[in-house]
Design a protein around this ligand. Structure first.
Ligand code: AMP
Length: 219
């Protein structure tokens, strides 16, 4: 199964991708994580992406598309993937469709996790992430048991450099201008599923899984 997760920054794409990956045994590919890993290693790709990420802008399509299309040809992706944060505009979506078509595959579903703008701002400003396993925490709504330490693996928690008020505003602007048109793009081919993204993490996962099962049965 090939699934695209759509949603604004802070909608919970990473969290839900983690849960779905386990449930459906698919590979999880997060374009933002690929860029952050490259940045951490100081590679050419990381250096190219850095300035855009710091400003909350999209990294140019030619760089992003090449990076993700290379990743999806890895053997661990053969049984299917959950794409989190890619595609983020129509040009990326078309490039992905073409690349999958060459492999005689295609996107089965695009799941849009819908969250109000006020809630997105609240979530992003208090977000802490584990350096080791990427598990997300929130200062107010889901604090870790020990400050600065991941409950799951004991890794160190950090705040993303782009989780500051100014960059968050820019990232939301970019989402509504460039990524939101993908809702229409996937709706036209009847691949879109819209899921309410507010509530407990478990409830949202259950909503996504039951919507996927219902849609899969109709196929
Ligand atoms: P994320 O972790 O998905 O919030 O992504 C963090 C940042 O990485 C974004 O604000 C962009 O600068 C960059 N990025 C991630 N995915 C993409 C993409 N598909 N296209 C362009 N830039 C991206």
């Amino acid at each position: 199964m090939y699934i695209v997760l759509l949603g604004a920054p802070g909608a919970g794409k990473g969290t839900q991708a983690g849960a779905l990956t386990q449930e459906l045994k698919l590979a999880h590919i997060a374009s933002g994580d690929l860029f952050r890993q490259a940045l951490g290693k100081g590679t050419e790709l990381g250096l190219q992406a850095k300035a855009y990420m710091e400003k909350g802008q999209l990294v140019p399509n030619e760089i992003t598309i090449k990076m993700v299309l290379e990743r999806i040809t890895s053997p661990d992706c053969a049984a299917g993937i959950i794409l989190d944060g890619f595609p983020r505009n129509v040009e990326q979506a078309k490039a992905l469709d073409e690349a999958l078509k060459l492999q005689k595959k295609g996107i089965d579903y695009a799941v849009y996790i819908k969250v109000s703008e006020g809630e997105l701002l609240k979530r992003l400003t208090g977000r802490w992430i584990c350096r080791k396993c990427q598990a997300p925490f929130h200062e107010v709504s889901s604090p870790p048991k020990t400050k600065g330490k991941c409950d799951k693996c004991g890794g160190e928690l950090y705040q993303r450099a782009d989780d500051n008020t100014e960059t968050i505003k820019k990232r939301l602007e970019v989402f509504f201008a460039e990524t939101a048109p993908l809702i229409e793009y996937y709706s036209r081919t009847n691949k879109l599923m819209e899921v309410q993204g507010e509530g407990s993490m478990e409830d949202i996962s259950a909503r996504i899984i039951s919507a996927l099962r219902a849609k899969n049965q109709k196929k």
